[in-house]
Each structure stands twice: as C-alpha cells, then as structure tokens.
Write a protein that binds this ligand. Structure first.
Ligand code: ES4
Ligand code: ZN
Length: 326
C-alpha cells in the first residue's frame, strides 16, 4: 500500500463493528471448552476454512452459531477486551460497537450478563488503553417488531449504559418500515438511531431508514449509488455512511476490492467512513481495510485524510473531543 506509513500513523475511529463479529476461531474454541460445549469443527483451521460466504445470509448462519459459545459475563468481557487490544494496535482512538442482545437472550443468556461484560471491558479500555467508545444495541431485523419491543423492555434498567440503537441481520424482505414503531419508541427515550441499509437491499430501504426511522447514520449504504436523488440528499445533509469494504467483498456485494464504489461515494461528497464490520470473519481489521483500499483503489493522500476526518465527524463524540482529534 503506497500510504502504509500514513495509514498506521493516523488516529482512527471505528463506527461499524459487531462485537460478536470479532470472535476469532481460537477464542471460539477456548470458550467452547471453558463452557463444556462442542463445535462442529475439528479445529481452528477447519473452522476458518468454512469462512467462504456466498451472501449475507450464509455468513449470518455461521456468525449466530459461533456466538453460542458466549455464555458468562467473563466471556463477553474477554471477547470485547481482545477486540480493544486489536483496536489499539490499529491506532483506533474511538470505537462505536454494536451488540446483538437477541442473539444471546434467545439462547437463555440474561441481558444483564451480556451488557455487563461488554461494558466492563469498554470502561477498562478508556482507562488502560485510552480508547473512548459508545455502545449501540442492535435489533435483529429477521425477528418481529414485537420481539424488538421485548428487548427494549429488557434494556430499560441499563439505558444509561446504552448510547444508541441499530438494526442489523438479514436485510432483504425485512425493510426498515417493519420497525417504525420500535424506533419511534427508542427516539422517545432519547436514543440516537442508526440502521443497516443498502448493503444487499435496494436504495428504497435507505430512504425508509432516513424517513421512517430517523437515523443519523446509514450502515453500509453502498447501494445508494443506484439512486441519484438519494446520493444528492446524502451529500447535502452530510449523512454518514459506515462503509465496510472487506465485508462487502466477502459477502459478494462487490466481486473484488478494486470494484468497490468507495471512491465514487467520496467523490460525490458523501461523508464516507471506513470500518471492519465483522473482522474475525471477513479477513481483516480496520487497518487492513485502509491498506487494502489504498492498494486496490489507488486512494490519494487527501482521500485517506478525508476518510479519517469523516470518522470523527460522523462519530458520537462531543464537540470538544471532535475538535481535539480533527
Ligand atoms: C452483519 Cl455484515 C452484517 N450485515 C447485517 N447484519 C450483520 N450482523 C453482523 N454483521
Ligand atoms: Zn454490520
């Protein structure tokens, strides 16, 4: 990568990261044995070999199965702490992470177990690693809106520990409109909202997330490029897109990194940010995404600086912290 030294030196944000997607095969096997569970793979190598996906759903099937080794509060702490150490190595100074409570409460794990373990690691990282963070509770869109309301009820005692809400999982057939009332309830509670949209789904889903869910960021959003009016709106409002290039290639949204529309989105004036999504499954952490895009797309120095600046602009840091980093 032509700008490798610059990329390593730049303080970076990560705004689209599923904590369950940072579960490396080694830790998955450790936690399985700690919890007396068996995995349907002989070893780490055969598990990794299964990470060849055709689309979003084929990935999600493995991602939910893998998450089943997470049982105790310490498991959630260890998962989160391992990610934060990795983030520090990539010179990430601020991270906004998703967790999917329904992935765990559906298996009988208490909401409190999940959030307490994650939160404790985030608090330790603030003090010990100098990494600031936000925590985003994400609803699974393949489940019903009623199930989302139940999850919101379970979250009520912990709202002071939750910085916002998101919407993820299988996109096609589960449009944002399905969650309009749930997101209105979250808004009434003062929670900022984001949603995955325009990853596999059409630009109409991005419009719905904006108009019906009143989101302040779009996660992925790469298919917005198919709708000129949407592109103009996103640029005019500096509505951030949290783009995840390695994820898009692994899930066949783009066939190769060199096909990715990141540069076109930037050139259209959009507030594009770079993120790793589910790095344990997609073959790279944040710095790998930067280095890979630099090499495959011939990014300029200005484009790289724009991407990192956009990350701070799009973050939920307060104005003083933004000013400090920008
Ligand atoms: C996800 Cl890449 C992606 N898309 C939608 N939902 C997700 N959950 C975890 N990773
Ligand atoms: Zn995602």
């Amino acid at each position: 990568s032509p700008h490798a030294a610059l990329i390593r030196a730049l303080p970076k944000t990560e705004l689209h990261l599923h904590i369950e997607g940072t579960l490396e095969p080694e830790l998955m096997f450790d936690l399985a044995s700690r919890n007396g569970l068996s995995l349907p793979y002989a070893d780490v190598a055969s598990l990794r070999a299964a990470y060849a996906f055709d689309n979003l759903q084929s990935f999600l099937d493995l991602y939910y199965a893998g998450a089943s080794v997470l049982v105790t509060e310490q498991d959630f702490y260890d998962l989160t702490w391992a990610y934060l150490l990795r983030a520090q190595a990539d010179h990430i100074v601020h991270t906004e992470i998703f967790f999917d409570p329904q992935t765990h409460t559906e298996r009988g794990i208490a909401f409190e177990t999940v959030i307490t373990g994650i939160r404790r690691a985030l608090d330790d990282a603030r003090r010990q690693l100098g990494i600031s963070s936000r925590l985003i509770m994400s609803f699974l869109r393949h489940m019903s809106e009623a199930a989302g309301f139940q999850t919101l009820e379970q979250a009520k005692p912990f709202l002071s520990q939750i910085d916002g809400v998101g919407l993820d999982s299988s996109e096609q057939g589960h449009p944002p409109s399905k969650f309009q009332r749930l997101f209105a309830a979250c808004r009434a509670l003062g929670l900022p909202r984001v949603a995955h949209a325009g990853e596999e789904g059409p630009p109409a889903y991005v419009w719905e997330a904006l108009e019906l869910l009143d989101v302040c960021r779009i996660d992925h959003g790469v298919r917005s490029a198919e709708d000129a009016a949407l592109m103009a709106w996103l640029a005019e409002h500096r509505m951030p897109l949290t783009v995840c290039p390695y994820s898009n290639v692994k899930l066949k949204v783009f066939q190769r990194l060199s096909d990715h529309n990141l540069r076109a989105l930037l050139a259209a004036g959009l507030c594009v940010t770079l993120n790793s999504d589910d790095p344990a499954y997609f073959g790279g952490y944040l710095q790998d995404n930067y280095l890979g895009c630099d090499a495959a797309l011939n990014l300029t120095r200005d484009e790289l600086l724009q991407l990192t600046r956009n990350g701070f602009e799009a973050s939920w840091l307060d104005a003083a912290d933004k000013a400090h980093w920008q």
